[in-house]
Design a protein around this ligand. Structure first.
Ligand SMILES: CCCCCCCCCC(=O)SCCNC(=O)CCNC(=O)[C@H](O)C(C)(C)COP(=O)(O)OP(=O)(O)OC[C@H]1O[C@@H](n2cnc3c(N)ncnc32)[C@H](O)[C@@H]1OP(=O)(O)O
Length: 217
């Protein structure tokens, strides 16, 4: 039986293609992980959802540890650098296939900003059926970064991000998120955002993104 230990190995054999920010010398492809990679991501998310609400018997916990350890060993054997991992680069999948983000689908990008449908899942639970406030900020950070990238046609990082939580953000409900650049002042990109459940405002974002200089991490 596994002792539950997780290897801290973060090494990679591949030369780092990083050239600053989130940019890399790698071609965009929707092939990585194969045609069923989206199903794989969904199974991982479902695992997290189920685990959040499960109360296994001690015997079932033992059994699940062994099964998860076997899966983790298989995934460890195919570890790769972040630039080539499908999680985060599969632009054909919700949230670019990034399992750490609340799944979203961008529905439009135009002069009024970036429009997306975002769904917080069971594993994004904060308490009493509401999404965790930190998870709301995660969605805003990523989709705010998207709006910043559109506004400056370049790469930026978050300098600050504030969220006003206006009403409960529900789980398992497709929500409407809009992020947009309010002002660009040199390298400073002032980003606003909203998340609505229908007509009801759940949360608002006020953020500053800074355009990275060439080669800046
Ligand atoms: C399509 C794909 C979309 C992908 C989206 C992914 C989005 C994910 C975004 C992230 O999560 S990034 C990770 C979280 N952020 C960080 O880790 C950033 C950590 N901080 C830094 O690296 C630096 O502080 C930063 C790059 C933000 C700024 O450092 P710099 O040295 O490049 O800039 P500098 O300090 O010279 O400041 C430039 C201007 O911004 C202003 N500024 C910087 N930080 C500020 C701040 N916190 N508040 C107010 N103003 C600020 C600063 O005063 C100055 O104003 P002026 O030009 O008017 O003089």
């Amino acid at each position: 039986m596994s002792d539950g230990a997780v290897s801290p190995d973060t090494s990679t054999e591949i030369e780092d293609p990083h050239e600053g920010g989130f940019r890399a010398h790698t071609a965009i492809t929707t092939e990585r992980g194969g045609p069923r990679y989206g199903e794989f991501s969904e199974q991982v998310r479902t695992l997290m959802d189920r685990a959040r609400y499960a109360c296994p018997t001690p015997e079932l916990t033992d059994e699940l540890i062994d099964q998860l350890a076997a899966i983790n060993d298989k995934l460890a054997a195919v570890r790769i650098d972040e630039w080539h991992s499908p999680a985060g680069t599969r632009i054909d999948l919700p949230a670019r296939g990034n399992i750490t983000l609340p799944p979203f689908e961008v529905t439009d990008v135009n002069d009024d900003g970036v429009f997306a449908t975002v769904t917080f899942r069971d594993f994004h639970l904060g308490g009493n059926k509401a999404a965790h406030g930190g998870q709301v900020a995660v969605a805003f950070d990523d989709l705010g970064g998207y709006a910043s990238a559109v506004a400056i046609q370049g790469v930026s990082r978050t300098a600050y991000l504030t969220v006003q939580y206006r009403s409960i953000t529900p789980l398992n409900t497709p929500l409407q998120c809009r992020t947009w650049a309010e002002k660009v002042d040199g390298r400073k990109v002032f980003i606003k955002g909203t998340i609505h459940d229908g007509d009801r405002l759940c949360a608002e974002m006020d953020a500053l993104f800074i355009k990275l200089n060439p080669g800046q991490q």
